[in-house]
Ligand binder design. Structure first.
Ligand SMILES: Nc1ncnc2c1ncn2[C@@H]1O[C@H](COP(=O)(O)OP(=O)(O)OP(=O)(O)O)[C@@H](O)[C@H]1O
Ligand SMILES: [Mg+2]
Length: 338
């Protein structure tokens, strides 16, 4: 997995030992409000329910291969522990993370959201740390969007939502995404309404909007989002390869994952993206990870078939995008020689 454009984040974030106040995560594309980062933006603070905390602890502590959970370790954000009320880390994460420099963190009051919401805060690796222009897509996986123990009314509501969106038929829903133009400092956001409005046969349009191809290198004539084709094509090939490996890991894991997502991040800054192809040790081109385990449970048998269906859909869509971009480039070359 430590390939040049690896999906796996590799440099442990540098941290000071001073107090670190938290601020809202500015580049959040999906989910509920309340996710925060430390001031240096290297760590993510997520208010979490016990089930999600248990999942991170299970993966950290896994000693045998019977559940296949160990296969997921390289695909989930590094787990640094759980914040206690004094802002200190309780129950620190696994031995392979550098805990030496973890500061005391002061979460703001809205990270612990009242009597009904989560009362504990997970400290995780911020997967977008280090990107200059992070293009981010949250793809919700699975055909079943409710917990087995949910009240009947909630189950009925979630079945309806799955059927009215792409989830039930394809195992994916585009929860939200943002992309950049190389010529503008601000991201272009697509919220949850867009992904909910798509029909299964329109999903490829969503993927096209997330991986736009910018064919003009002139800032005056083009404010369009996207990478140039010579960076976009290798990116799509690498993302596809990572998703294939992730699917394999999920196939071996005995899980029921409800409402979990694949997060895809790539560098939207042309200079940095091109540099990462030539010097991958200096900056990342992309990251593929699994996030959001608020409703994930370990089971005695077999993978989550709805999640695998979603991975197959996503693999198909990314491959289609790669072929479409290759064709676009080929046609353009033919035209320019005509
Ligand atoms: N480790 C991470 N690094 C960077 N960004 C993240 C990370 N985890 C989550 N995010 C961002 O926060 C958003 C919401 O996260 P997540 O899906 O875990 O929460 P949620 O959907 O609100 O969860 P829950 O179902 O537990 O309420 C994601 O769409 C993504 O933009
Ligand atoms: Mg989510």
């Amino acid at each position: 997995m430590d390939s040049p454009t690896s999906a796996k984040p590799r440099h442990p974030p540098k941290r000071s030992r001073t107090l670190a106040p938290a601020t809202a995560l500015s580049q959040q594309v999906g989910g509920h409000a309340g996710v925060q980062t430390t001031e240096d933006e290297s760590l993510l603070l997520k208010p979490a329910l016990p089930r999600e905390i248990t999942f991170y602890q299970l993966v950290r502590d896994i000693a045998d291969a019977s559940t296949g959970l160990h296969l997921l370790k390289e695909w989930i954000p590094k787990f640094f522990g759980v914040l206690n009320l004094e802002g200190k880390l309780a129950d620190p994460g696994s031995g392979d993370v550098d805990l030496g420099g973890i500061p005391t963190i002061i979460p703001t009051s809205d990270s612990n959201s009242g009597s009904n919401g989560p009362s504990q805060t997970l400290v995780l690796e911020n997967l977008i740390h280090g990107y200059r222009k992070p293009c981010i897509l949250d793809v919700k996986l699975g055909t079943v969007l409710y917990d087995e123990d949910a009240p009947e009314a909630k189950k009925a509501r979630m079945i309806k939502t799955a059927k009215e969106t792409t989830s039930f038929q394809t195992g994916v829903r585009l929860t939200g995404f943002q992309v950049y133009s190389n010529f503008s400092p601000d991201p272009i956001a697509h919220g949850k309404a867009y992904g909910k409005s798509l029909k299964p046969e329109q999903l490829h349009e969503g993927i096209e909007h997330f991986f736009p191809c910018c064919l003009s290198a002139s800032p005056e004539s083009n404010s369009a989002a996207g990478l140039p084709p010579d960076t976009l094509l290798p990116l799509l090939t690498s993302v596809h390869a990572s998703l294939t490996s992730l699917r394999k890991a999920l196939e071996g894991a005995h899980l029921r994952m409800v409402g979990g997502s694949v997060l895809i991040v790539y560098e939207g800054d042309w200079e940095r993206a091109a540099a990462s192809l030539g010097h991958p040790e200096e900056c990342r081109l992309y990251t593929v990870a699994l996030i959001d385990f608020a409703h994930t449970q370990v089971v005695s048998e077999g993978p989550d078939r709805g999640v695998l269906k979603g991975m197959d859909t996503l693999l198909y869509l990314v491959d289609k995008r790669r072929k479409d971009v290759a064709e676009l480039v080929a046609n353009r070359e033919v035209q320019s020689h005509a």
